[in-house]
Structure formats: C-alpha cells, structure tokens
Design a protein around this ligand. Structure first.
Ligand code: ZN
Length: 459
C-alpha cells in the first residue's frame, strides 16, 4: 500500500507544482472569453475570437511581428502566433479550431454562449470541442513566456476557422495555401484524442494517429416515369430502395492496421469482462474475434472496417406520377488504407443493378496516417504515467475527421492528444448542454504544458 500512496501523493504534488493558481485563473478566463464569443460556423464569426486571443498575447508581451491574423473571408479569421526557440529542430505546431457547431437556446437547458460553472462542470458550446484546447494552448504559451522557457524548436499556436463546416473558409486549408511559412512544422498536436473515463474512473489516454477519410456518394436512379394509374415494376424508387436495403445489411471487410492493432492490444489490457479475450485476438488478426468485437460496440465496428450509410433521400416529382428520379446520399467513412475506387466498386457490386448509378459527390481529401513515432508516443506515455498512474496510453484511429487531414495530406504528421478526460458514455460535443469536467480542464492544462515541454526540450 505504502509505495502506491506515496506515488499518488507525489503525483498530486507534481500537479500542484505544475500549475500555479495564477495560470489556472488565466486559462479559465481565456476559456470563458472564447466560449462567450459566438463562433458557430454558419451564424457566427471566428475573427473576434482570433482578435481577442491576439490581444491576450500582446498584453503578455508577444511582439506584433510574431502574431498573424488572416483568413479566407473577413469574418473567418485565424490566429497564428510563434514562440521562438533555439531553432535546433523544426517547429512544433499546436492546433485548435475556434469555430463551433451551432447551438440554439431552445435546444439547450440554458444559454449555450454563456460560460457556466456548475456541479463540477463547465458548460457552454465549445467547452469540449474545441475551445478548451484553444484556451490551453494560449494560456500555456503565455506561461512559457513568463517562465522564460527556451524550447529547442519554435512553438506555433494556430487557432483556426471552420473545422466544423469545412468548405471554402477552412482555416488550416487557407493557411497551407496562403501562409505555409506561418505554420510550417515538423509535426502538429491537435484535437481528436482524449482521455476516456468509465463511471468516473480514468481508463485510457488516447492519442489519435490516423483517421478515416470521408467519402460521399450520390446513388441515383433515373426512369422515364409515367402516369401513376398505370404502374410498372421498373420504378426508380424501387430500384433505389432495393439497393439501400442491401446496403443496410452489408458490412465491409474487417481488418486491422498498424494503429488499430496496437489500439486493440492496449484495450485488451484495460477492458473487463468476456470481450477481453476477443480484443486480444483481434490484435492478432483473428476474424472470428473481429466479428464478436464489432457486434459488441458500434465504435469498435467502425474501427475495424469502412462503413457506408444512407443519410439523405430525394425522389419523385408529383403525387400521381411514376418517379423519374430517386437518389440517396451515401456517406462513407473509409479506412485510410482503402481507396476511393475500392469503395465505389464494392457498392456497385453489392447493388448489382446497372440502373443504379454510383458517383463520388464533392471533394475527397485523403491523407496518410501519421507515422507511429516512438518519440512522440513515449512522451505522451511518460506524461500520462506521471499524472495518471495506471492509465493506459492508447494510439488510435478515429472515425470522424479533424483538420489533421489537411496537414497530413501536406506532409505535416498530426497527432490528436489532449489529456482531457471525458466520460465515454456522456459525449456531448455537437450536442445539447455540452460540458467539460472542471478537473479535466485543469488536468489538460498541466498535461499539455508538460507534453509540449518534453517535445521541445533536450536538443
Ligand atoms: Zn472539433
């Protein structure tokens, strides 16, 4: 018992030591300021948030020449700030997005753009996605400056527009195209990986190494139509319906890759119950085990295979006419190693109907997985072990996309890591009454402070 208690006591001492009250207060006040600036991607603007952060940096003594503001449109501003190191190594980019998913007052229990602390939580749109990390990058950068920390590489913080909406105003895409020099770096840390809690117990600190890519298909049937009083079996809606019913029963092949292999192996060490043995076997490539694991959790299913699902429908043109058009959008989340063509031909073979046309809709951005760099994984593990003893560090591939895909596609490996713990079964990003545990916010502050220091020291 004693060594364990001692270790816990040292752990909390380390935490207290790492986090003076003034720095906690600064982080909280930046966080509050960001939450209360409306940055909804269609109704808000990121420019006021970018400017507010620039003002914080100026007050803290950052020179104007190291602060950059700009964006794809006047209301879609991004902020980039550089903290100079010795230049021994290439810079480290610290990324977070300023925009949030829309939130309506009537959908929430309270005003979503008023920061609230209640019952051990911070509430407000963006508290978890992604304004905590944005606030922490700025607060920690200011702290490094006050402490005179001299990193061996420049630290660049970029707070960007339109991650949620994507489209023409995406800040990371804009920066890569117009000001690559502002953000050029060896690698980047971003959202996308977080700490997992089960019933209040911390179980895993995830680091996102790769992500599935997004692919939309338009599945369309055209028909000459006719009068509805004289129906024929050759009907656009029936062709489409049959195709979609097949899709509903279909599963893409299951497989593991470099990242998910380690993910399932680590998971096997922390999961309890009958599934544990199967999780271990998945990492060895057992197809039977994959079937069991996929059946046990929608998230694990989505980790093991490409998924495609019908998300929107259109069709018909009159109540009394045979339809001339029936179409659906099919939204796919594709394993990074599988090609667009593979997914398309798989769907065509499945539908097996030459009246059903499958075409790629919109642009597809496909980036490689970031390499599983030992130095980065080790640093994450070291800080995790010191702050959260007995919590596993787990590399993972996520199902949703982040701005990391733009950076990966342009040769800047990106790792999603926050050290911010959230309950696995109470995930409220994008939903109502979004919140963040108060303790998780401050733990994330210490975690990211230490992690960046480790990744920018020693050369
Ligand atoms: Zn986000």
């Amino acid at each position: 018992m004693f060594p364990r208690l001692l270790c816990l006591a040292l752990g909390s001492l380390l935490l207290l030591h790492a986090q003076p009250q003034a720095d906690r207060d600064l982080a909280r006040s930046i966080y509050k300021e960001l939450i209360e600036i409306k940055t909804g991607y269609s109704t808000g603007a990121t420019t006021p948030a970018a400017e507010a952060m620039a003002a914080r940096l100026r007050t803290a003594g950052f020179p104007e020449s190291d602060i950059h503001l700009g964006g794809a449109a006047p209301h879609k501003g991004n902020l980039v700030v550089r903290y100079h190191g010795t230049g021994a190594r290439k810079p480290l980019l610290l990324l977070a997005h300023l925009d949030v998913v829309e939130a309506k007052r009537e959908d929430w229990s309270f005003e979503p753009f008023v920061f609230r602390e209640e019952g051990g939580y911070f509430y407000g749109r963006g508290t978890s996605d992604d304004k905590a990390q944005a606030a922490l990058w700025i607060a920690n950068l200011i702290r490094y400056k006050h402490e005179g920390f001299k990193p061996d590489r420049d630290l660049i913080v970029a707070l960007t527009a339109d991650e949620e909406g994507g489209g023409p105003y995406n800040g990371v895409a804009w920066l890569l195209k117009n000001h690559r020099d502002w953000i050029d770096s060896e690698f980047s840390l971003n959202e996308g990986g977080w700490g997992e809690m089960v019933n209040g117990r911390k179980v895993a600190n995830d680091i996102q190494v790769s992500e599935k890519y997004l692919l939309n298909f338009r599945v369309e049937v055209r028909n000459k139509g006719g009068h509805s009083s004289m129906p024929v079996p050759d009907n656009a809606i029936y062709h489409l319906s049959e195709a979609l019913v097949k899709l509903g029963h279909f599963g893409f092949p299951m497989k593991i890759n470099e990242v998910t292999k380690v993910y399932f192996a680590e998971l096997a060490k922390i999961e309890k119950g009958p599934i544990t043995a199967d999780l271990a076997k998945v990492s060895e490539g057992s197809l039977d085990a994959m079937k069991n694991v996929a059946a046990a959790s929608v998230a694990w299913n989505a980790t093991l295979r490409t998924t495609c699902v019908a998300t929107m429908l259109e069709g018909g043109h009159a109540l009394n006419a045979l339809p001339q058009l029936a179409a659906a959008n099919v939204n796919c989340r594709v394993l990074p190693e599988e090609s667009i063509d593979f997914v398309k031909t798989t769907l065509e073979k499945l539908f097996a109907d030459d009246q059903v046309k499958v075409t790629v809709a919109g642009e597809v951005l496909r980036g490689p997985a970031s390499p599983m760099r030992a130095d980065i994984l080790k640093a994450v593990k070291r800080v995790t072990d010191s702050m959260f003893p007995s919590v596993a560090t787990i590399p993972m591939m996520v199902m949703g996309g982040t701005d990391g895909r733009y950076l990966r596609a342009e040769g800047i490996p990106t790792y999603g890591v926050q050290g911010i713990f959230m309950d696995r079964d109470d995930f409220r990003a994008h939903g109502r009454d979004e919140r963040m545990l108060v303790t998780s916010f401050y733990e994330g502050q210490s975690f990211l402070y230490e992690l960046v220091k480790q990744l920018a020291s020693g050369h």
